[in-house]
Each structure stands twice: as structure tokens, then as C-alpha cells.
Design a protein around this ligand. Sequence first.
Ligand code: PMP
Length: 394
Amino acid sequence: MKDIMQFIPDELARLKEEGLYTNIKTLESPQGAWVTIDGKKKLNFCSNNYLGLANHPEIRKAAKEAIDKYGVGPGAVRTIAGTMSLHKELEEKLARFKKVEATMVVQSGFTANLSVIPALVGKGDIIYSDELNHASIIDGCRLSRAEIKVYKHNDMDSLEELLKADKDLDCRKLIVTDGVFSMDGDIAPLDKIVELGEKYGAMTMVDDAHGEGVLGEGGRGIVDHFGLHGRCDVEVGTFSKALGVMGGCIAGKKELIEYLNQKARPFLFSSALTVPDTAAVSKAVDLLMESEELVQRLWDNGKYFKAEMQKLGFDTGKSETPITPVMIGDAKVATEFSKRLFDEDIFATKIGYPTVPKGKARIRVMISAAHSKEDLDFALEKFAKVGKEMGLIK
Ligand code: PMP
């Protein structure tokens, strides 16, 4: 009889054959500039720990103290078990940091997108989504059951064409985009997107996962970067990247947040962010409000590394941020490059399909404020060595 589960080993074999299979590494140390894997130290270029906060002593201390005061778990969903004062404090602090009226904290950035999109639009409505938007935006759009119209990446003519064609339709419309596109490091033209939203009566939403702690004054994000306070309807954020912890948030007008508190399904049906996470994020926001030093160091590191990689002859794509893609193309070549770099103590994962389009495989270097100049020079030497050995550069 046919094995009804045979598709699983078949699919795994196909992924391996096509160089699309990811071997997940096990870390024996905290996240930081260097990590320990199989007992050996590796220079870490894989983490979204942009500011090096994932193992910051003050953040660790804040999490421990909160556990002593509040325990670990939230008990249940907030509408049933109540909201802890920790959550309220964090939401108010985030609103001050992001210069918005209110915020709502959820369990992750992924969950934030699943929370907000289906709450804003539904059957009969229309979403305009950038073709390179993150998977969590795509899933949020699908869950909403609204019609999804995809515009060309960062292409405002393409977006306007779609909006113009629908201008007489009387339904809710939502334009949604990543702020910083994490696989390429380019920035969405949010100023133009907001203008188009205002012109055609569409709500605008940005997922600022990779802009928070990176763009704007002191890392206040993409809305601050473009000076769009009060004009972009919904800002989604995550605490898992620059803030070094875990969790997500939605920021905007007071009424939007009150509405989401009543309507967003992951808020209503999934328990709140844990105590240590909440306290840790709160401390991370304090640190960002106290000093811009880490954000500046991140940018200095990014500029230095990218310029030196280009001098070596590598194609670093069109990044406008410290994210540095090293474009390879073929997934198998990228896998081999990553493997050889790992043997030289550089941990830089290959990114391939379906995370990026087929034929656009790359090594994505995630620069952090935690890296020292010596770390970056060590990496440049290794990239040059392996790149030459593989014939990728001269
Ligand atoms: N949005 C974007 C643009 C992301 O890059 C990510 C993380 N890869 C997420 C959302 C999900 O964030 P989290 O890890 O907090 O779930």
C-alpha cells in the first residue's frame, strides 16, 4: 500500500538536491559578536542583534528582577487574566519612544502582522502589498481574506496604477510594506507610499522590524526617518532584532490600539509576552533613549564593511542600511561559500529560495554594533581568501 507520508522524505531529498536545505546550527553561547558552535568560536554574521543588546548586562538584570517580582508567565490572554503593569509600562514607554499616541505589545513581530492586517481589512476589501514583503505580512494578508494586489518592489508607479484602477471602489484599502527589506537592506519609500495612501484614500502600514533601532533619530525607526509622525496609520515593530529580545508591537492612534485590543485575534486568543521578555524590552528601550552611541556604531561598522567588500570586488547589492548581502546567484555556490567561510570561523548563512527568489542566493552579512574593527578586518581577510579560492573575485 502507498505510504501516505512518503511526500515528506521526497520533499526533504529534493531540498537537499537543490541546495535549499538548511542545516540549523546549535549555539553553545549567548548571541554576540562571537558565538560558540561545536566548541569553537565563530564570528557571528547571522543575527539580527543589530545593537548587541541580546546579552546586555543591564537587560539581563532587568529580566531577572522582573522574574523575582512578577514570576515568569502571564497566566492567560490579557483580556481574561488581566494586563500586568509591566505590559502597560512598556506600551506607554514605546509610545513615547516612537512618538505615537499608543502601542499594543504582542508575542512576536510575526504575530503583530497576523494581529493587525485581518483586523483592518476583510472580504471585499483590498490590500496593496510590495512583492518582497516579509512572509508574516503575506500570511496576515491571506488570513484577512481581502483581495491582495501585489505591486512591484518599491515601485511607486506600479502602486499608483493599482490604486488608480480601484479609485471608485467603495471598500477599505490598505497599503502594506516592509520598512527595511531584510534580504536586500533597501528602504521603502514610505514618504511616497503615505502620499499615495492620502491621495487615494488607502490606509498605510509599515513593518519596521529592521528599521527599529537602526533608522531615525536614536533608532526611532522609519516613520521618524521620513518625519511621517501621525501620517502613517500603522507601524509594526519587533523586539527580536535591534532590541535584542522577543516580542512585537503595533503603534498608532489611540483608537486604533483600543480597537485592536478588542479585535486582534492573537491578542484575544494567545497569552501575553512573558515577564522576562517584557522587562528586558523595557530596559532596551531605556538604553536607546539614553544614548545614540550604539546606533552610530552600527552604521559606522556597516559603512566600513560594505565599502571594503566592494573594494574586494564583491557585489553587495543595493543595501542602504548596515545589512550587507553578498550576492552569489546559484544556491549551491552560495551554500559552498558559506560552508568554507564557516571552516574559516565565519558564521554567515546562505539565504536561498524561498526566502529570496530563485537564482538570487546570497550570503547575508548582518553587521552589529557589537563587532569590533578587528572583527570586521578578520572577516574581510576570510571573505577575500575564500572568494578567491572559489573564483568569485579576482
Ligand atoms: N517582519 C519582518 C520584516 C521580519 O524580518 C521578521 C523577522 N524575520 C518578522 C516580521 C518577524 O519578527 P519576529 O521574529 O519578532 O516574529
